[in-house]
Design a protein around this ligand. Structure first.
Ligand code: WTA
Length: 683
C-alpha cells in the first residue's frame, strides 16, 4: 500500500498478532514490536472493504487518479438529477469545486430514493425519548413528514439559498427540519441546544437567518430545559431582524411566551399540508449547511459545506467505516447540534438506507446503564460514541457495579466507534473488552467539522487495530504529517497534520469570510495543503497515525470544541468586574480537557470566600454568554498576568500552573514573577 510514499504493507506483514486473551501486551508496543488486534474473521468476511488488500486497492485507485476515483464513487453513491461532467475543479484553489455542473437534492437522495428502492416500510429512525418511550418512523413516513414541513417553509416564503437556524432538541423533528431545508434548497445552520441566547443571536445574525425552527423545551435526564424562551431572548437582543418566522415543535407542552405575528406551532402549520413536495434541484456546490465552530481567534467560524461532495463523503464513510448492511441497527449518540450529528445521523445513515437509533436523553439517566440497555433493547449492531462518554461510564461502574455492561446482553454488537477526541488506550481496552465482548473492532475516527466526514480511521473489515491510534487515512484522503514549511517529517517524528489533496466533503469556505478561510486552512507556507490544526505522529513500523492534540488555541472539553479566546472575550465582557483574562486547557482524565481561567479583576485581588463567590459569578456569566459547556472549571485570580517584557501573555507557563506542575520554563523575561504564587492558588 502506498500512502504518501509510505509503504505500510511491508510493515504490517508479519507483525500483526492475533488477539489473544491473557496476552498482557495486546495492542501495545512490546519489546520493540507492535502488537495489533487482527481483524476478526467474521467481520472481515462480510465487509464491504474486506481485508487489507481491498483497502490497498482503493488507495491505489485514488493514488492513480484522485478525481476519477471520487467521480466513480459519486456515481455509485449519489443519484444525480443532471449528471456532472467534471469531477474536481481546482482552478480557484483553495476554493475547490466538486461535480459542479451536476444537480441533485440531498433529501431526495436520503428519502425518496429509499422509498423508490422498496425501502418505504423499513424503519429509518427508531426514536427513544428521555423517558424511555420508543417510536419508529419508516422511510415513507419520514419522507411525508419532511415534505409537509418543507411545504410550510415554502409557504412562509423560504427560498433556495435562504438560511434557516435550527435550535432543537434531539428528535425526529430535528432531523425532519434539516431534511426539509435540504429539500427546498434552504441552507440550515443548526445551533446546539446548550448554547446561550447570546451565542444563538450571534449565529442567527452571522447567518442572516430568515427563520428559526425550535421546540418549546427539551427534555434531558428528566429535566425540562427551555429552547423557545432562549430564541425569544436571542431575538430580543437585536440584530436578527431578518427572522420572520419561528416554527415551534411542541415537545413538553410547557407554557411559553407567544408572539402571534412570528410564532407558529409545527403541528398546526404542517396539518393539512400535502405529503409530497417537489425537491429543489440544486447544483452540487450549493451550500447545504453552515455549522459554526470554534477557531483559534475570538469569533466562531461558519463552516460552509456543499451539497454533492458532502453527501458523497457522508454516504461512503457511513457505509465503509461502519460497514453497514441492510439489517444493521446503527446508533450514533451525538447531538444534531454538532457535525457528528449532521453527517452520521441526519445525512449519512439515511443516504444509504440504514436503520438508526436517535436518542433524546443522556447516558446517565435514569442510570449509567442507559446506553447498554438501549443497545440490548434495540439490538444495536454498530455503536458510535465519544471517549468522554466511555470514560464517564467507566467511572460510574467503579462507583456502582450495577451499571456494568456485563449485566446487559450486548451480543448484537458487531462494530464500535469512537469520535471527537483522542481515546486513551485504557478506555479503548475497556470499551473493546466490556462493551464489544472482545469481538468488535473499534473504529477510532479522526475528523473535524471542516472535513465533513471521516479522514483517518480504521475500516473494520480491513485494518488491524492499535488502541489510541486512528490508524490509516480513508481511501482518497491524502493525509500527511509535515513541518512548518510543509515538508514531510520522517515517521516517528511528530509534526502538523495536513491533507495534501482536496476531497469532496471538505469545507468550502467560512461563511462570508473567504480571506479567513484561506488564512486558517491554507496558510501560504504549507504549499497549498489543508491544515487540520492538530499535531500527529506516524508510527515507523505500521505507518499508523496518532493524533497528539490541537496545535492552536482550540480546547476539546468532553468532545466539545471551544476557543480559548472566545472564553476570554466572554470573561472580559463582564466589564464591571474583569480587567483581563487568559484561558488555557488542563488535561483531565474524564473530559479530556477542562477550562482553566486566570483573571485580573478591576478591583483588588480577592481571596478566600470572596474569591469563591466571584469565581461562581464569573462562571455563570460565561454560561450566559456562551453556554454551560464553556464555564471554566477552575478560576484563579492574580494582580496581573504573567507577561513577557514585550507584553505577551505567557500561555505555556499558565498551562503548567493550571496543571499544578513545578515551573521549569525560563521566567527570566517575566515582568512580574511574584504573580505566579498568586496564580497557583486554587479557589
Ligand atoms: C479532535 C468532531 C483524536 C481533533 C468530529 C479535531 C480527535 C477536533 C478525533 C475536531 C479522534 C476528533 N482522535 N482527536 N478520533 N476526532 N478529534 O470539529 O482535535 O468538533 O481537530 O469535529 O476534535 O472537532 P470537531
Amino acid at each position: 500500500m502506498k500512502t504518501n510514499g509510505h509503504d505500510a504493507t511491508v510493515a504490517l506483514g508479519g507483525k500483526v498478532q492475533g488477539f489473544a486473551e491473557n496476552d498482557g501486551a495486546k495492542g501495545t508496543k512490546a519489546s520493540g514490536e507492535i502488537r495489533l488486534y487482527a481483524v476478526p474473521e467474521p467481520v472481515m468476511k462480510r465487509a464491504h472493504v474486506s481485508g487489507m488488500s481491498a483497502y490497498e486497492e482503493l488507495v491505489a485507485e485514488a493514488g492513480a487518479d484522485h478525481s476519477a476515483y471520487w467521480a466513480r464513487l459519486a456515481r455509485e453513491f449519489v443519484t444525480w438529477k443532471r449528471p456532472f461532467t467534471q469531477s474536481l475543479d481546482d482552478s480557484e484553489a483553495p476554493f475547490f469545486k466538486w461535480f459542479e455542473d451536476g444537480t441533485l437534492n440531498v433529501s431526495y437522495n436520503c428519502l425518496d430514493r429509499q422509498v423508490e428502492r422498496g425501502l418505504g416500510d423499513k424503519v429509518a429512525i427508531l426514536f427513544e425519548a428521555d423517558d424511555g418511550q420508543v417510536s419508529r418512523v419508516t422511510y415513507s413516513e419520514l419522507l411525508a413528514r419532511t415534505c409537509r414541513l418543507a411545504n410550510v417553509l415554502r409557504a412562509r416564503g423560504v427560498k433556495k439559498g435562504d438560511r434557516v437556524v435550527i435550535y432543537m432538541s434531539m428528535s425526529v423533528e430535528g432531523v425532519v427540519a434539516m431534511q426539509a431545508c435540504a429539500r427546498i434548497g434552504a441552507t440550515h445552520s443548526v445551533v446546539f441546544g446548550g448554547f446561550s441566547a447570546q451565542s444563538l443571536r450571534d449565529r442567527m445574525e452571522g447567518a442572516g437567518a430568515v427563520m428559526v425552527i425550535t421546540a418549546d423545551e427539551q427534555l434531558r435526564g428528566g429535566k425540562q430545559l427551555p429552547l423557545k424562551a432562549i430564541v425569544d431572548e436571542a431575538i430580543a437582543l437585536g440584530g436578527c431582524d431578518a427572522v420572520k418566522d419561528v416554527i415551534v415543535y411542541k415537545r413538553t407542552g410547557a407554557k411559553i411566551a407567544w408572539h402571534p405575528s412570528r410564532d407558529h406551532w409545527m403541528h398546526e402549520a404542517t396539518e393539512g399540508q400535502p405529503d409530497t413536495c417537489e425537491p429543489e434541484w440544486v447544483g452540487a456546490e450549493h451550500p447545504l449547511f453552515l455549522l459554526y465552530t470554534s477557531g483559534s481567534t475570538g469569533k466562531p467560524k461558519g463552516v460552509q459545506h456543499s451539497t454533492g461532495g458532502y453527501l458523497l463523503h457522508a454516504a461512503v464513510t457511513t457505509k465503509w467505516t461502519f460497514d453497514l448492511h441492510d439489517n444493521d441497527v446503527f446508533w450514533c449518540t451525538a447531538d444534531i447540534g454538532w457535525v457528528t450529528g449532521h453527517t452520521y445521523i441526519a445525512y449519512g445513515p439515511l443516504a444509504i438506507g440504514a436503520t438508526q437509533v436517535v436518542f433524546e436523553g443522556v447516558p446517565t439517566y435514569p442510570d449509567a446503564g442507559r446506553f447498554w440497555k438501549m443497545i440490548q433493547d434495540h439490538k444495536v449492531t454498530v455503536f458510535y460514541t465519544a471517549p468522554t462518554a466511555i470514560r464517564s461510564l467507566i467511572k460510574a461502574v467503579s462507583a456502582n457495579d450495577a451499571a456494568h455492561p456485563k449485566h446487559y446482553d450486548l451480543s448484537s454488537l458487531r462494530i464500535l466507534g469512537s469520535v471527537g477526541e483522542p481515546i486513551n488506550p485504557a478506555a479503548w481496552e475497556w470499551y473493546h473488552a466490556h462493551v464489544g465482548g472482545g469481538r468488535c473492532p473499534i473504529v477510532d475516527t479522526f475528523w473535524q467539522t471542516e472535513t465533513g466526514g471521516h479522514m483517518i480511521t480504521p475500516l473494520p473489515g480491513a485494518t488491524p487495530l492499535l488502541p489510541g491510534s486512528c490508524t490509516l487515512p480513508f481511501p482518497g484522503i491524502a493525509a500527511a504529517i509535515v513541518d512548518d514549511i510543509g515538508n514531510d517529517v520522517p515517521d516517528g517524528q511528530g509534526g502538523m497534520l495536513v491533507v495534501k489533496k482536496p476531497w469532496p466533503g471538505m469545507i468550502r469556505t467560512i461563511w462570508n469570510e473567504d480571506e479567513r478561510f484561506k488564512d486558517s486552512y491554507f496558510p501560504r507556507e504549507l504549499k497549498g495543503y489543508y491544515l487540520a490544526g492538530d499535531g500527529a505522529i506516524r508510527d515507523e513500523a505500521t505507518g499508523y497515525f496518532t493524533i497528539t492534540g490541537r496545535i492552536d488555541d482550540v480546547l476539546n472539553v468532553s468532545g466539545h470544541r471551544m476557543g480559548t479566546m472566545e472564553i476570554e472575550s466572554a470573561l472580559v465582557s463582564c466589564t464591571e468586574l474583569v480587567a483581563e483574562a487568559a484561558v488555557v486547557g488542563r488535561p483531565d482524565e474524564t473530559t479530556g480537557e477542562t477550562i482553566c481561567a486566570f483573571v485580573v479583576l478591576k478591583g483588588p485581588r480577592p481571596t478566600g470566600d470572596a474569591a469563591k463567590k466571584i469565581a461562581a459569578e464569573l462562571r455563570s456569566w460565561v454560561g450566559k454568554e456562551i453556554g454551560p459547556i464553556a464555564k471554566p472549571k477552575d478560576i484563579r485570580f492574580g494582580d496581573n498576568l504573567p507577561k513577557t517584557r514585550s507584553g505577551k501573555i505567557m500561555r505555556r507557563l499558565l498551562r503548567s500552573i493550571a496543571k499544578d506542575e513545578p515551573i521549569t520554563q525560563d521566567i527570566s523575561t517575566l515582568e512580574n514573577p511574584a504573580v505566579l504564587d498568586q496564580l497557583m492558588e486554587r479557589n
